[in-house]
Design a protein around this ligand. Structure first.
Ligand code: TA6
Length: 278
């Protein structure tokens, strides 16, 4: 079911290069470069304004993973965001838009802090920049996780490799959160994979994405990287994910996961992910 028209904002750079954001979670649900979709969205994704959207770039905030206080991965991806700045061309033809989420009775019931979170999207010729600016408007400090839960669209995940993880420690959620060190220069995904890599390199190259090209991911102030593919082992536990879809996606997720950031009152914290089609 498509989202109501008022829930969707489209950035159009021309040459069939567009980016679509659903105000439910300010979820980037499409990024097309010369009419080629770069992001995976499940054919069973739900757009009811309640459930998080299965695909694109959901925002994980203020908590990553299971949470005693509220929904897994926090509430940002299931809140309705506001348009802070409608799509506008920058001098060089890139298109910029901003979206915001501030505390509400709903969020304060889960996480009793005041904040303003602004998401900035810049659509370039072959790049998508996703940045966040978080302001603590509370009277006391708070701790937060932040992660861009990026679903990349791939022809066959078994042919993909991911650089920038070698030597990093990682939590393996498929092995009861045991901790290992990554020996490989190029990480491949050939089975159920759910790893939180700590303090990864600033740049990842993911091979064999759409059209057999490479995707570069550069991250700033987001030290960790999650790599996830549910495989058939867990894809059948998700009602909004087709059992036959796991070969066509890989999640490479830039985030602040292992060590939450403590943000003092009246302070801000910014982070950025840039995706570039190579
Ligand atoms: O980012 C990987 C992960 O934490 C996996 O453990 C899996 O739970 C995935 O997120 C999707 O979570 P969701 O709450 O969207 O079903």
């Amino acid at each position: 079911m498509a989202a109501p028209a008022s829930s969707v904002v489209v950035l159009d750079r021309g040459n069939n290069t567009t980016c679509t954001i659903n105000l439910h979670g300010a979820t980037v649900v499409s990024w097309r470069v010369n009419n080629q979709e770069q992001l995976f969205v499940s054919k069973l994704a739900v757009f009811d304004g309640q459930k998080s959207i299965r695909g694109g770039i959901p925002i994980v905030f203020p908590h990553f993973g299971p949470w005693a206080y509220g929904p897994q991965h926090g509430f940002a991806r299931t809140c309705r965001w506001e348009v802070e700045k409608h799509p506008e061309p920058l001098e060089n033809g890139d298109i910029e838009a901003m979206f915001s989420l501030v505390d509400s009775p709903v969020t304060k019931q889960i996480w009793n802090y005041c904040f303003k979170l602004v998401l900035r999207i810049i659509l370039r010729e072959k790049e998508l920049q996703v940045s966040f600016n978080l302001y603590n408007s509370s009277s006391e400090p708070f701790q937060f996780n932040m992660l861009f839960h990026t679903y990349l669209k791939v022809p066959d995940v078994r042919k993909c490799s991911i650089s920038g993880l070698q030597g990093c420690m990682f939590v393996d959620k498929t092995k009861e959160n045991a901790i290992y060190q990554e020996p490989r220069e190029m990480v491949t995904v050939n089975h159920w994979t759910d790893r939180i890599y700590q303090t990864t390199q600033q740049e990842h190259i993911i091979s064999n994405v759409v059209s057999g090209r490479k995707m570069k991911m550069v991250k700033y102030n987001m030290p960790d990287t999650v790599v996830w593919n549910p495989w058939d082992v867990t894809s059948n536990t998700m009602s909004d994910f087709g059992e036959d879809e796991y070969p066509n996606m890989v999640c490479v997720e830039a985030g602040i996961v292992i060590t939450p950031i403590t943000l003092n009152p009246n302070n801000t914290y910014e982070g950025t992910m840039v995706l570039q089609v190579m």
